[in-house]
Design a protein. Structure first.
Length: 569
């Protein structure tokens, strides 16, 4: 698509852009509360793994700025229904999609109108000034009323986010093997087998595997399986996958489809003893620790795999790096001003909507974005005398090793990881241009001039750069045209009726459970039998009806994308 080339060009040249005017209102943050007694606020979020009282440097920041104590309630089984019945979703309410649950909350009158008594204008001035397109998009989705805005906003369309899907492998072991060819996805199987043979145990004596998986992010499909399709230009879309290049939908159980191909890939790894046997019962936090310690050799998530690249490992000549198959088409998100499908809203029954708006507004300011992503200002990041952002030495250390880097802020003294914000939702995209940057830099510290000038490059990293003539994985994939860009648009999820929703829940339970059974099949015959039964059972539960609804939604998405592309010219 024309959009792909244009967006890639803008990404490469972003630091050459004309600096944007700084906002005259400073960071736009709220003044906080003057009450001596702290206000207790509940953030109900459909996006977090954590549930409980927010603690750590993040809690200290909110206490300092707004004098609040925050309780996080995540979306465990039945939580949304229970809170709907109690007619109280929480003070700040974060939705995972702009679909059924969000629309049901509107119908029930459980969300606050952001324009009532000029709430957003008066208490969300930074949002009001900089996110008008996102607010208007929400108005369209919500039937004429603004209840919030979508996540990952950017000032303008045409740029892209940082890649979050790579095929990461142990680069040092790949070198030792002589850089064997990887023509397609399945070629990773013998490669990982050879890597494990080279290093059968970690430096601490743990058995190594090709891959470690997890199940706590599963929904309609198994998270790791459906996400692997992202290496070939597919994005999860309801009961299947959306091919961004062709703008077409593919049911997840389609014969020779991408989901079943990825499922078989993980079964092939399992049959060779290369899948961590704890995969079906462990959490994302569990596997993060395993990758940090070198237990597994392959991952597709940048934010997990790169935990291995600690200073100690890099100094020892070990690293995981991006090495793509020749036929890949890695999915990467395009940026735009509409905002994504995940939503920031305020509960209708909050006792203090003004305070909630002040907090969301602060998260939408540059200081709030930088603090959410990197930690306390003045401790892990700051501005230089020219107003440009830089990471402190402690901040860089924390980004490389969140698990063991210690942070002291206020009364908190603990690891960076344990102190992080737990609501798990952004306002501005990290790769959006910071409206207050004199250099027109993004919020992504990896691309700041200060980071690029001061970064230590270890010999193992340099060897990858020299081999591929690239600085980072993003450059490597862009230069080789191994990517596909999603199109930011006004598409919003439609609503499934109660009968279809019942079918949906039965079908997705069938698919996730049987997918895990298929991964753990000991032979091709057993695998084939499990998959055949999964398809038969899913169809009996209403799979075809779910696919038909998904295809209708795909056509709506395509129309919205084409409208957005036409607006770009």
């Amino acid at each position: 698509m024309k959009f792909r080339k244009w967006a890639a060009l803008l990404t490469v040249t972003v630091l050459l852009l004309t600096p944007l005017a700084a906002c005259a209102d400073g960071d736009g943050g709220g003044s906080g509360k003057s009450n001596q007694k702290a206000t207790d606020l509940v953030i109900y979020t459909q996006l977090a793994n954590f549930s409980g009282t927010l603690a750590g440097w993040s809690a200290e920041i909110l206490k300092e700025k707004f004098n609040v104590n925050v309780t996080i309630i995540n979306d465990s089984e039945g939580t949304f229904v229970t809170r709907m019945e109690a007619r109280d979703l929480g003070d700040i309410v974060l939705f995972g999609t702009n679909g059924k649950k969000y629309l049901d909350a509107i119908d029930a009158g459980l969300l606050f109108d952001w324009e009532e008594d000029d709430l957003v204008q008066d208490f969300g001035p930074y949002i009001w000034e900089h996110m008008q397109v996102a607010l208007e998009t929400n108005r369209k989705i919500s039937g004429g009323t603004v209840y919030g805005f979508g996540y990952d906003v950017a000032a303008d369309a045409g740029s892209i986010k940082e890649f979050i899907y790579y095929p990461y492998i142990r680069w040092d072991l790949y070198q030792q093997l002589g850089y064997p060819a990887i023509n397609t996805l399945e070629d990773f199987v013998p490669l990982l087998e050879a890597m494990v043979a080279l290093e059968p145990k970690t430096e601490t004596g743990l058995k190594t595997y090709g891959v470690s998986m997890f199940d706590d992010w599963d929904d309609t499909m198994v998270m790791m399986v459906k996400s692997t399709a992202g290496l070939y230009g597919y994005e999860e879309f309801y009961m299947g996958l959306y091919d961004q290049e062709t703008q077409t939908f593919q049911g997840c159980l389609e014969e020779d489809g991408m989901y079943l191909r990825c499922l078989k890939f993980y079964n092939a790894l399992y049959q060779k003893g290369l899948v961590d046997p704890d995969s079906m019962t462990q959490t994302f936090d569990d596997i993060t620790k395993k990758y940090l310690n070198g237990v597994s050799m392959f991952n597709i998530f940048t934010f997990c795999a790169e935990s291995f690249n600690s200073i100690e490992h890099l100094e020892a000549g070990k690293a995981v790096m991006c090495v793509a198959a020749d036929d890949q088409l890695n999915i990467v998100d395009g940026l735009g001003a509409f905002g994504g499908s995940r939503l920031w809203t305020i509960g209708a029954n909050t006792a203090d909507p003004e305070l909630c708006m002040e907090i969301i507004n602060w998260f939408s300011t540059p200081e709030g974005v930088l603090s959410y992503n990197y930690g306390p200002k003045g401790v892990t990041w700051d501005y230089d005398e020219d107003g440009n952002t830089y990471m402190t030495e402690l901040g860089l250390e924390a980004q490389q090793d969140k698990e063991s880097t210690l942070i002291t802020y206020g009364s908190y003294n603990g690891t960076y990881r344990d102190g992080e914000f737990q609501h798990n939702l952004t306002t501005w995209a990290r790769d959006a241009i910071n409206p207050e940057s004199p250099l027109g830099e993004t919020f992504n510290y990896r691309n700041w001039r200060s980071t690029l000038l001061n970064r230590t490059i270890y010999p193992i990293e340099q060897s990858w750069m020299d081999h591929y003539d690239a600085i980072r994985g993003d450059d490597y994939l862009l230069a080789r045209d191994l990517y596909s860009i999603t199109i930011d648009s006004t598409y919003a999820e439609g609503r499934r009726d109660s009968e279809l929703e019942t079918m949906w829940n039965q079908v997705k339970g069938c698919i996730t459970a049987n997918s895990w059974s298929a991964i753990y099949a000991d032979s091709d015959e057993e695998y084939g039998s499990i998959v055949a039964k999964m398809i038969s059972d899913a169809k009996a539960f209403g799979y075809n009806e779910c696919v038909a609804w998904s295809m209708e939604e795909a056509e709506k998405r395509k129309a919205a994308e084409n409208e957005a592309l036409a607006a770009l010219g």
